[in-house]
Design a protein around this ligand. Structure first.
Ligand code: HPA
Ligand code: ZN
Length: 327
């Protein structure tokens, strides 16, 4: 069978995808017609150009513009169910999805509106698509410690079904990880897993900080770890997995090309790597596409792809029983 057929048939899970960034092109076009003030093009060709990112900060501005068009529970439910349909089409029956409650509140969506949309969407994802969704509530780092405190309080007070982890996103440059230590400590004590972004747009020192200061159990991206042999050894020895998103790194211009991506080097050092899409329609990425790129461009063999898929199940925050069912 062809490599594509092999990848498509592989049962996969997605461990790094942002809810806002999972909005389909059609959903974004529909929202853009309703909310012209957001500055998001309502025309397909113009939206494709809008999604050509000059750098990571430009990407974030576009992401925030799309986020600003989400106003109520129905918008959230639409995104959640749409993501579940897309996951099912990739033969992915489980995903951990990052949600940023602080940013939604700033954009005018009350917490209970967000939670209702997540809950109804999650129930429909399971019933209509056979896809189980878990949530990561993350701090938008650029908003500082106040956003950290509010995100923690919201997560622990509401504790919605499916909430498994606590994250940190947004820019890394000028946003030290360590300032968020108290919130991650409290989240971990309350039983949430620690999954900050680190080493996507800054160097290995940020990954070290995520490990030491935030007790990271997995690292969002972590790609720059490849430049630090001691860090690679640490990640491998302590089995801290990286949520690698190759197409995302190319599209935000963090890596020159897929061929230049350090994925191979990470694997060669024994680091547990998972493949993920980050913000799939914004990057023109699919989960199958990430596996295919790993094979075709980085030379991974079929057995290595199957190992990557299995690693993602292993390092997910699913209960052991469900992990066994998914492999
Ligand atoms: N990194 C940081 N923040 C983000 C990302 C990302 O890859 N995607 C959406 N918000
Ligand atoms: Zn991300």
């Amino acid at each position: 069978a062809s490599l594509r057929a092999f990848v498509e048939a592989l049962p996969k899970v997605e461990l790094h995808v942002h809810l806002v960034g999972s909005a389909s092109v059609d959903t974004v076009l529909a929202l853009a017609k309703r909310h012209p003030e957001a500055g998001v093009p309502a025309d397909r060709q113009a939206l494709a150009e809008f999604y050509e990112f000059r750098d990571f900060n430009h990407f974030l501005k576009v992401y925030w513009a799309v986020q600003s068009m989400l106003r109520d529970r129905h918008d959230i439910e639409t995104l959640v169910v749409g993501l579940a349909a897309d996951l099912a089409a990739q033969n992915a029956r489980y995903a951990e999805v990052t949600v940023t409650p602080y940013n939604h509140r700033l954009d005018g969506m009350p917490g209970d509106e967000l939670l209702t949309g997540l809950a109804t969407g999650r129930a429909r994802a399971a019933a209509e698509h056979g896809v189980e969704l878990a949530w990561c509530f993350d701090i938008p780092g650029e908003k500082g410690v106040e956003a950290g405190r509010e995100t923690l309080v919201f997560a622990l007070r509401e504790r919605p079904d499916g909430l498994v982890s606590f994250g940190l996103g947004g820019p890394e440059v000028g946003v030290g990880r360590a300032q968020f230590e108290p919130f991650f400590t409290a989240a971990r004590e309350a039983g949430l897993h620690s999954v900050p972004h680190a080493g996507e747009t800054t160097g290995p020192a940020t990954v070290w900080s995520a490990l030491h200061d935030l007790g990271a159990e997995r690292i969002g991206h972590g790609t720059s770890s490849a430049a630090d042999p001691a860090l690679l050894a640490y990640l491998a020895e302590h089995r801290v997995p990286l949520e690698v998103c190759p197409t995302s790194n190319v599209r935000t211009q963090q890596v020159e090309s897929l061929a230049a991506h350090p994925l191979r080097r990470l694997l060669d050092h024994g680091v547990a790597v998972t493949l993920n899409t980050d913000d799939p329609p914004m990057f023109g990425a699919t989960l199958n596409g990430e596996y295919l790129a790993a094979a075709e461009i980085l030379g991974l063999r079929g057995v290595e792809l199957a190992n990557l898929a299995r690693t993602a199940v292993d390092v997910s925050f699913l209960p052991g029983q469900r992990k066994a069912e998914l492999t």
